[in-house]
Design a protein around this ligand. Structure first.
Ligand code: NAD
Length: 427
């Protein structure tokens, strides 16, 4: 049996298909393809957690480290019902390419616990997080593997994770995890980092295409850590946000949605559902199905929620000029081909959402230096780093006449391949 059957999943097949296209462009030899494609380590853990009602329930968690060639591994952990070994493996691979594209000294990793966080109390989430952290101790460490937030996790979970690891080694180790609350060694601007990075990339792209952000009509799918920041920043800059959605519903507003008011509504009601109706008939908004938001007419469609949202099914109906992938893996390879055929360009996830891991890297560096940088410094460094990555992707696409995703991967994979060649094979 060929290697790798353990982590095969639809998402892993997507990531593999993208890699194969890039490996063909680079002419990578077969042995190096396998070495770079498949995850180096994967840990599966099953652990019991006491629920509030006294029942004991078993949860399954994972941590996948995709490549150990570039330094310690880095990547978030998520709490969601679909978490699996195959999903974590695909996401870990994308983290490797993202770090290489940004020239960060990390390989990629990803983890998570299969659960529905909305149905768990704060106490239950804390017990899950602490036990998951304890189970991971053999494979993580500030110089081995450094977790961070992802879907369903945030500063609160990072604080529990940091505390659990520190208790186990007997002293505080803030560098074990990034995305912590600032008072625990978190950095300025980590929370909005991914969204800000997306906006910096769009800004750079608009300059290259000789247009401005203000002229864009934008749809954002997802209104969480990433989507809300993107929508708010673009709204503040003067772009027209014509569609928004989250798990509770969608909104269409051809004349523009007041994103600040939508944010206040979500803070009070827990989701976007009901916002359009509450604005009244004069608001020009209407409630629509959350998946219909993807098909609204716009210039920039920004999926910022889940993977595999743009598929063969809806790609022929998208009504946008460009897709900017703020989420990880939102477009399937088949949908990619349809979009290319229709002249819709895709700014790939490994470039667009790399701002999160970039500022996580800044946090890790500050924790190690015991010295913190201010918000302006972080924003300037982030903007520089995102723009430099964009320039490399743009140039590679022009030189080889390839799409932006393949271009981004060629830049990243070449760097990791070169490192693997130089380190050679042990023993
Ligand atoms: P989050 O949990 O904070 O937010 C997810 C949002 O998506 C929520 O608003 C949720 O209601 C919405 N959503 C869920 N199902 C939906 C559906 N079917 N239709 C529309 N909306 C739906 O998660 P996040 O941290 O914002 O992450 C979003 C994406 O960005 C993920 O793909 C994640 O891997 C990626 N990402 C996150 C970071 C980060 O720093 N948080 C960094 C890089 C990439």
């Amino acid at each position: 049996m060929a290697t790798g059957h353990e982590w095969r999943s639809e998402l892993y097949q997507d990531a593999s298909a993208q890699f194969a296209r890039c490996a063909d462009v680079l002419g990578l030899p077969d042995d190096l393809r396998t070495r770079l494609l498949e995850p180096r380590r994967a840990l599966t853990v099953n652990f019991p957690v006491r629920r509030d009602d006294g029942r004991v329930e078993n949860f399954t968690g994972y941590r996948v480290q995709h490549t150990l060639t570039m330094g310690p591994t880095k990547g978030g952990f998520r709490y969601a019902p679909g978490v699996s070994l195959g999903e974590c493996s695909a996401l870990a691979m994308w983290m490797t390419w993202k770090c290489a594209l940004l020239e960060l000294p990390y390989g990629g990793a990803k983890g998570g616990v299969r659960c529905q966080p909305r149905e768990l109390s704060v106490g239950e989430l804390e017990r899950i997080t602490r036990r998951y952290a304890a189970e991971l101790i053999p494979v993580i460490g500030p110089d081995r593997d450094i977790p961070a937030p992802d879907m369903g996790t945030g500063e609160r979970e990072m604080a529990w994770f940091y505390d659990t690891y520190s208790q186990s080694v007997g002293h505080s180790v803030p560098e074990i995890v990034t995305g912590k609350p600032p008072v625990l060694g978190g950095t300025a601007e980590r929370r909005p980092a991914t969204g800000l990075g997306v906006v910096y990339v769009i800004e750079g792209m608009m300059e290259r295409l000789d247009t401005t952000l203000r002229d864009q009509r934008v749809v954002v799918q997802g209104f969480g850590n990433v989507g809300e920041v993107i929508a708010s920043e673009l709204f503040a800059i003067g772009a027209t946000v014509v569609g928004l959605s989250d798990a509770t519903g969608g909104i269409a507003g051809p004349d523009g949605i007041d994103v600040e008011a939508a944010g206040a509504w979500v803070a009070e009601h827990g989701g976007l559902a009901g916002f359009a109706d509450a604005q009244g008939a004069g608001g020009g908004l209407r409630e629509i199905d959350r998946s219909a938001v993807l098909e609204l007419g716009c210039d920039l469609l920004i999926p910022a929620a889940l993977e595999r949202q743009i598929t063969v099914e809806n790609a022929p109906r998208l009504d946008c000029r460009m897709v900017v992938e703020a989420a990880n893996g939102p477009t399937t390879p088949e949908a990619d081909r349809i979009l290319a055929g229709r002249g819709i360009q895709v700014v790939p996830d490994v470039l667009a959402n790399a701002g999160g891991v970039c500022v996580s890297y800044f946090e890790w560096v500050q924790d190690q230096q015991k010295y913190s940088w201010d918000a302006i410094e972080i924003q300037e460094r982030l903007r520089r780093q995102m723009r430099s990555a964009l320039a490399k992707v743009w140039d590679a696409a022009g030189e080889r006449d390839i799409d932006w995703r393949t271009a981004a991967l060629t830049v990243a994979v070449r760097r990791v391949a070169e490192a693997a060649r130089l380190r050679a094979i042990y023993p």
